[in-house]
Ligand binder design. Structure first.
Ligand SMILES: [Zn+2]
Length: 302
């Protein structure tokens, strides 16, 4: 526990006041431009990150032609996040590449500069750009799941404590189709409920990349057929990503969809994070599924 004497208190007050002033002065987010002296080992990228900006925005603002060449001790003016700068179009620039460099959108630049046709921009032309007006990218969550799919996922009523685990699989073959998997489980493996998983995430070969297919077993809220234990199948939601992750990595869209789906299902079912498992990690029998290149932790933590 910390205690302060009366004298200590007033001193603390002074320190706090100074700190507040310092923060107001230094924080470019508050609209105040700041000065930054380049320290040893700092690149424009590192400095930009510190201020929530891009290297290009700082380079442009300071008239630096080569962003790779900043000197130790050089003083840079750091634009406030919403500063408007003047950018001279280089050969090969498009409105969208310029926008990306300055964390804004092509539409915002076009509007601010009265550009009707983005294809008419010319090298040497000057643009007014307001930095950092782009909307933040959506976090994986329901927003990353197509609305029709979300409706399908949300349609069945879920009994309380119905599900205890969420288990991730790969299909072991990047050429799989939903129909092929359904056929294999129903006809070859003789599973009366067909497709063994509750969800399948496509990979862009015979299925749409990142698309979440809602299986019949989820719609009916019945047990899966994806684990070597009846008791586990009874309480484990099965998600299968099409692909062979012994050989390749899941696609970026598959990763985004998986993260969004897991997060949404956890909210709806109450399955704790610790019970999001891989097939290998929960199965009573040894299996390599979902492949050694698949890292659940990487996907869920990024
Ligand atoms: Zn599996």
């Amino acid at each position: 526990m910390l205690t302060f004497s009366a004298k200590g208190k007033s001193q603390l007050g002074r320190i706090l006041a100074i700190a507040v002033v310092a923060v107001l002065w230094l924080d470019p987010a508050l609209g105040q431009a700041a000065t930054h002296t380049v320290k040893r080992g700092e690149t424009l990228g590192v400095i930009a990150k510190k201020y929530g900006l891009t290297a290009s925005a700082i380079a442009t603002h300071n008239g630096i032609a080569n962003p790779n060449r900043v000197k130790v001790g050089q003083k840079l003016t750091i634009p406030a996040k919403t500063d408007t700068i003047t950018y001279t179009i280089h050969k090969g620039d498009t409105l969208s590449t310029i926008a990306k460099k300055h964390k804004t959108t092509a539409a915002a630049i076009a509007k601010a500069n009265g550009i009707k046709n983005p294809n008419t921009i010319q090298p040497g032309q000057k643009l007014k750009i307001t930095i950092g007006t782009a909307k933040k990218t959506t976090k994986p969550g329901p927003a990353a799941i197509a609305s029709l799919t979300l409706r399908e996922i949300n349609r069945p009523r879920i009994r309380r404590n119905r599900w205890k685990h969420i288990v991730i699989h790969h299909s072991a073959d990047s050429n799989n189709s939903i129909r092929g998997m359904e056929h294999y489980h129903r006809r070859v493996r003789r599973m009366e409920n067909g497709l063994a998983y509750h969800f399948v995430i496509g990979n862009g070969v015979k299925t749409s990349d990142g698309k979440i297919y809602v299986g019949d077993r989820w719609k009916r809220q019945i047990r899966g057929g994806h684990l070597a234990s009846l008791a586990l199948n009874e309480v484990a939601i099965g998600i299968c990503l099409i692909g062979n992750f012994e050989k390749t990595l899941p696609t970026a869209k598959q990763r985004t969809s998986l993260k969004a789906l897991v997060s949404h299902l956890r909210k709806r079912t109450g399955v704790p994070f610790s019970q999001v498992r891989t097939h290998r990690n929960i199965n009573p029998k040894p299996t390599i599924c979902p492949g050694r290149r698949f890292s659940l932790r990487n996907i869920l933590s990024t």
